[in-house]
Design a protein around this ligand. Structure first.
Ligand SMILES: Cc1cc2nc3c(=O)[nH]c(=O)nc-3n(C[C@H](O)[C@H](O)[C@H](O)COP(=O)(O)OP(=O)(O)OC[C@H]3O[C@@H](n4cnc5c(N)ncnc54)[C@H](O)[C@@H]3O)c2cc1C
Ligand SMILES: NC(=O)c1ccc[n+]([C@@H]2O[C@H](COP(=O)([O-])OP(=O)(O)OC[C@H]3O[C@@H](n4cnc5c(N)ncnc54)[C@H](O)[C@@H]3O)[C@@H](O)[C@H]2O)c1
Length: 448
């Protein structure tokens, strides 16, 4: 006899947890499933552990920048100790999450979930019946279809490394490659990035990325652009990565090869066909309420849905919309205006709203103010030359339509621009706000 639930949630990440808790609070019976330790990507294999390692690398970078300016002596990363520090956060997560679900009366299942019908699932042999199903299964590294793909280390492997390899090759040149290279290089690893695209960090402003590239050079990360990886081979000494570029074919030796070439919704194992859940080219077909267009019992949220950018705050926002739609009927559409994004390089780079190119494509009339501001107090105080911005303001309305920052505090200051964009604040609104001085935010007035 199958267990019956009002809602069965596949996944235990941010999207799953937020939706499960909200729906359960309204009195529904809820089950939640994961084949990995409970907690999801952000808490266990993404944002949080990454930021803990970035903390160590940033401390080292700051101390080195201050050398000759009142801070003496060298510092170094003690990798095993840094990983142990990271584990003080990550290790307790699964148990804490399970405990929270137990406390709220949410039933937990461990195993792979798979549809067996429009309202039924199996979890490694156990049958569940569901009035509704939420697919919050997240994303997984895309398959590149190259020989030796099985040798890739994942983000999970990198963030769990107990010992540092001497040479790392990162395949891809987006968020993961940028962040991991900045951590690893500070820890003394020889890092190479093989990026198919013509520049790094395609999600960020090209001029600001250009300024940030000075930093990649300074920390000796070898960035190869327009370079496509074609194979990974294992040899007695480690791995050989084969790649091709305009200049011809080349090989790169590595002790670790990390996948940083993009992530796609984790749908393969779900047997969507058995559930009558339509998908196309690896993406679920959803309506504006995040509901499957072919099975009204099924919703999706977060990285599995990828209706908005695959970021944690979006997973949480999606989950709130789905929970509200389940409880109140389909009335709530996700709103992805003003989603800020940060790549935690050292220093960080950030963006919110439209890129200059998008604003032009939309035929908007706007003014752009942009400057590399290495001589501003914020940069000089941090002894960090990589500091700059680009802000776009619409002519007629004075609304801020896009903001792009790189340098000290960019990861925090971007949130003020996100507030402005999401709530239609004007440049004047921000200019007439008093920000504490001297802080990163106190530069905003000069960026407008
Ligand atoms: C290295 C890295 C760093 C990142 N850093 C940031 C950052 O700094 N800021 C930010 O905003 N975002 C960041 N992200 C993105 C962010 O982690 C994701 O957008 C977010 O975690 C997605 O949450 P989710 O709930 O949609 O999915 P997840 O948290 O991925 O949860 C999905 C869960 O479903 C489980 N699952 C999948 N299939 C099945 C199945 N068939 N049966 C049972 N369980 C299943 C998985 O095991 C997983 O635990 C980062 C991502 C990575 C990889
Ligand atoms: N700070 C953050 O918010 C953060 C950090 C890490 C990851 N993430 C999320 O995780 C997702 C995945 O991150 P990611 O860095 O893997 O992807 P990404 O989309 O940021 O970058 C992937 C890069 O890989 C390149 N590429 C693809 N195939 C290649 C090949 N065969 N050879 C060489 N290069 C190739 C692409 O040109 C692209 O630049 C991101 O989209 C992001 O949403 C977010």
């Amino acid at each position: 006899m199958a267990e019956q639930y009002d809602l069965v949630v596949i996944g235990t990440g941010t999207a799953a947890m937020v939706a499960a808790m909200r729906v359960r609070a309204a009195g529904w019976s809820v089950a939640i499933i994961d084949y990995r330790p409970f907690g999801g990507t952000c808490a266990l294999r993404g944002c949080d552990p990454k930021k803990m390692l970035v903390g160590g690398a940033s401390a080292l970078d700051h101390a080195r920048r201050m050398r000759g300016n009142g801070v003496a002596g060298d510092v170094h990363i003690d990798w095993p100790e840094l990983i142990a520090f990271k584990r003080t956060f990550t290790d307790p997560v699964p148990e804490k999450h399970e405990h929270r679900y137990d406390e709220k009366g949410i039933h937990t299942y461990r195993g792979h979930a798979r549809f067996t019908g429009r309202n039924s699932l199996t979890v490694d042999g156990e049958s569940l019946e569901a009035r509704h199903v939420l697919i919050a299964a997240g994303a997984e590294p895309i398959r590149l279809g190259i020989p030796g793909e099985e040798y890739f280390a994942t983000n999970e492997d990198f963030l769990a490394m107990e010992r540092l390899p001497r040479r790392i090759v990162l395949v891809g040149g987006g968020y993961i490659a940028s962040e991991f290279s900045h951590i690893a290089a500070r820890a003394g690893v020889q890092v190479t990035i093989l990026q198919r695209g013509k520049r790094m960090l395609g999600h960020f402003d090209p001029d600001l990325v250009g300024w940030l590239m000075d930093k990649f050079r300074e920390i000796r990360v070898d960035v190869r652009l327009r370079t496509t990886v074609s194979a990974i081979e294992k040899d007695h000494a480690g791995f050989v990565v084969r790649a091709s570029s305009e200049g011809g074919d080349a090989t790169f030796d590595a002790d670790l090869v990390v996948h940083s070439a993009g992530r796609a919704p984790a749908l393969d194992a779900l047997d969507l066909e058995a559930g009558g859940v339509a998908a196309e080219k690896g993406r679920l077909k959803l309506n504006e309420y995040l509901q499957s267009v072919s099975n009204a019992a099924v919703y999706a949220a977060g990285d599995a849905a990828q209706e908005g950018p695959p970021l944690t705050p979006v997973s949480s926002h999606d989950a709130k919309m789905v929970a509200a739609n389940l409880l109140e009927g389909n009335r709530h559409r996700p709103d992805y205006r003003g989603v800020p994004s940060v790549a935690f390089t050292i220093p960080p780079i950030a963006a919110v709203g439209l890129s200059e190119e998008q604003a032009r494509q939309q035929d908007l009339k706007f003014q752009t103010k942009s400057q590399k501001a290495s001589d501003w107090f914020t940069a000089r105080q941090a002894v960090e030359k990589t500091y700059g911005f680009k802000v776009m303001v619409e002519d007629d309305t004075g609304r801020i339509i896009g903001a792009h920052l790189v340098g000290p505090h960019a990861d925090e200051v971007i949130n003020l621009f996100a507030l402005a964009i999401r709530h239609d604040l004007t440049a004047d609104n921000l200019k007439t706000t008093m920000f504490a001085y001297p802080t990163g935010a106190s530069d905003i007035g000069y960026m407008l």
